[in-house]
Ligand binder design. Structure first.
Ligand code: NCD
Length: 359
């Protein structure tokens, strides 16, 4: 069963086709109003969400389908100790497709291996958030007219910001992309993005701490919230929370033709005074998320109907190492097999297949 767990599950051709579908939905919404008649989407949200859950639900409703689900773990059987795999099997009896958000890294992957319907990762801990990336790609394409030859600045919490990880993975596969990674030294991108993506594919990137210095060269500025809920020590959050604030003054340093993105919610990292700047694209980005989720639901349901099965690639699986990442799904579901893969032969680095942390 084809699911979307990582943005790397989709080829560049598939990403481009999803963008084309989304643009067609925007141009001809009437053609899509009954495409998912009698189909059901389950939204399984174990973590807070406004945009992602509601845009998934709006997407399915606009396709003529219906939605069911829960928006907090305490109202699901997780509160009674049900495993993610069991929940996924149950949901497969009631819905045709499901979107799952979970605080544990790797949980949607576990669900996808147990389910008999397509599962979509709607954000897993500080790991990945592929459907936010779909929204980001459509936004960059519509605002800038292209997805290649861009200097993209990512600013804020690059360590725990799952949207950043998925966006780097996606954009690294387009031509002429150059990243400027703007963060405090404590919140730099994690190894699974740095080594598995940027270094491995020789993608040009620089790491800086000053947003002002980076500003003039950027075609896209992707601002992010410091992810308070992922910090082990609240004192670290307090120290870092005001690291970057984009103001109208700072926008005078930017190119005339550029765009500012933010997955939202924002706290204080973008002043509301920036909202009226024509380059501020974050509310349009939230709307684009709905169109891309419509395109994705259509694609995955069609593939499921066509009986397209994606066999799990178990090549290189190694079963004798234990993941120590406290945020990994394996830490709470002890019956899950511990599995890792050799991701860097020269350095002898193995990574957990669920959370991608080093083991
Ligand atoms: C993001 C998330 O949940 O990771 N929000 C979203 O889905 N639009 C970003 C965030 O919470 O900061």
């Amino acid at each position: 069963m084809r699911s979307l767990i990582s943005i790397l599950d989709l080829s560049v051709e598939e990403l481009d086709a999803l963008i084309a579908t989304a643009k067609d939905i925007i141009a001809h919404p009437d053609n899509y109003r009954e495409k998912c008649k009698y189909k059901k989407l389950a939204t399984l949200f174990y973590e807070p969400s406004t945009r992602t859950r509601l845009s998934f639900e709006a997407a399915m409703l606009e396709l003529g389908g219906s939605v069911l689900g829960f928006s907090e773990a305490s109202s699901s059987s997780a509160a009674k100790g049900e495993s993610v795999a069991d929940t996924a099997k149950m949901i497969s009896c009631y819905a045709d497709i499901a979107a799952m958000r979970h605080p544990r890294e790797g949980a949607p992957y576990v669900a996808s291996t147990a389910a008999t319907i397509p599962f979509i990762n709607a954000g897993d801990g500080g790991h990945n958030h592929p459907t936010q990336t779909l929204a980001d790609l459509l936004t960059i394409s519509r605002e800038m007219g292209r997805l290649n030859n861009l200097t993209i600045g990512l600013c804020g919490d690059l360590k725990y910001g799952r949207t950043v990880h998925s966006l780097i993975e996606a954009m690294s596969r387009y031509e002429g992309i150059n990243f400027v990674l703007i963060s405090p030294k404590e919140l730099k991108i994690p190894g699974f993005v740095r080594y598995n993506v940027l270094e491995k594919h020789n993608i040009p990137y620089t790491e800086v701490t000053s947003l002002d210095d980076a500003m003039p060269q950027l075609d896209v500025l992707y601002m992010t919230r410091i992810q308070r809920e992922r910090f082990d020590d609240p004192a670290d959050y307090e120290r870092l929370k005001d690291s970057y604030i984009l103001t109208a003054d700072k926008m005078t340093l930017a190119k005339e033709k550029m765009c500012v993105l933010h997955p939202l919610p924002r706290v204080n990292e973008i002043s509301v005074k920036v909202d009226n700047d024509p380059r501020a694209a974050y509310f349009r980005q939230a709307l684009n998320g709905k169109f891309m989720r419509m395109a994705l639901i259509l694609k995955l349901l069609k593939e499921a109907e066509d009986g397209k099965k994606e066999a799990i690639d178990t090549e290189g699986f190694i079963y004798d190492r234990v993941c120590r990442n406290p945020k990994c799904i394996t830490q709470v579901e002890q019956e899950l097999p511990q599995i890792c893969k050799l991701t860097d032969r020269a350095a002898g680095i193995h990574r957990c297949i669920y959370c991608e942390q080093k083991v």
